[in-house]
Design a protein around this ligand. Sequence first.
Ligand SMILES: Nc1ncnc2c1ncn2[C@@H]1O[C@H](COP(=O)(O)OP(=O)(O)O)[C@@H](O)[C@H]1O
Ligand SMILES: [Mg+2]
Length: 239
Amino acid sequence: MYRIAQDIEKCYFNYRKNFISGTMLFITFEGLDFSGKTTQLQLLAQRLEGEGISYLIVREPGGTKIGEKIRAILLDADNRELTVASELFLFEASRSQLVEEVIKPALDRGTVVLCDRYFDSTTAYQGYGRGLSLELIKAINRFATAGLEPHITFFIDIPVEELENRIQRTHSIRDRMELNEREFYDRVRKGYLELAYSEKRFRVLNGVLSINELHSRIWDEVCHFISVNISKTSAVKKL
Ligand SMILES: Nc1ncnc2c1ncn2[C@@H]1O[C@H](COP(=O)(O)OP(=O)(O)O)[C@@H](O)[C@H]1O
Ligand SMILES: [Mg+2]
């Protein structure tokens, strides 16, 4: 266990070093289902494209050959017998594949990585939502990602009533993860807010603002972050 911890620390240190030398930007989007994560991620991607900045979009669970198979198990509404522990390990297995196969290589190439959900989702849903030990989840999250943390995490916050309105408005068929009670979503939302107050990388956005307003706040944050933290990259010269 000690050896694993040492490896994780070493890897984490290397990533911080690379980041400080100006080659990395890893952004994650978090929030309840239907909060607008995918909408905002796509708008940010279009903006980066317009600025000539290379980016990569990934989503959780999934994003790799193995991860997509795991995603199908996790989201299949027929899989009601899935245990809470299985759910946790399947999410983490998908995440580990994604980090090793896709996210790390992309960051190493200097590509901005935009991720639709990452380990904060596990803390919020399996920890606060399902009641698993937060300490256990923190350790497994860190192990599955080799300590790779996002530089910015946008939490798009909507009240649970807004989630219900949007489900009705869009007549969506709900997948297994979306078939949860209102109390569950209340706990998940509270969890996200607690995380947001304890982690500096979080930016909390009011998800009931218009799509354009949210995008412009996200873009301002990204520009500010780049200009403060990665002022030596070519990306900045273009902004
Ligand atoms: N700021 C917003 N105001 C109103 N509706 C929104 C907003 N952002 C997204 N939506 C709508 O809510 C639904 C869910 O958005 P989506 O981006 O798919 O959410 P998520 O990826 O978080 O599940 C879509 O129909 C989308 O058009
Ligand atoms: Mg989505």
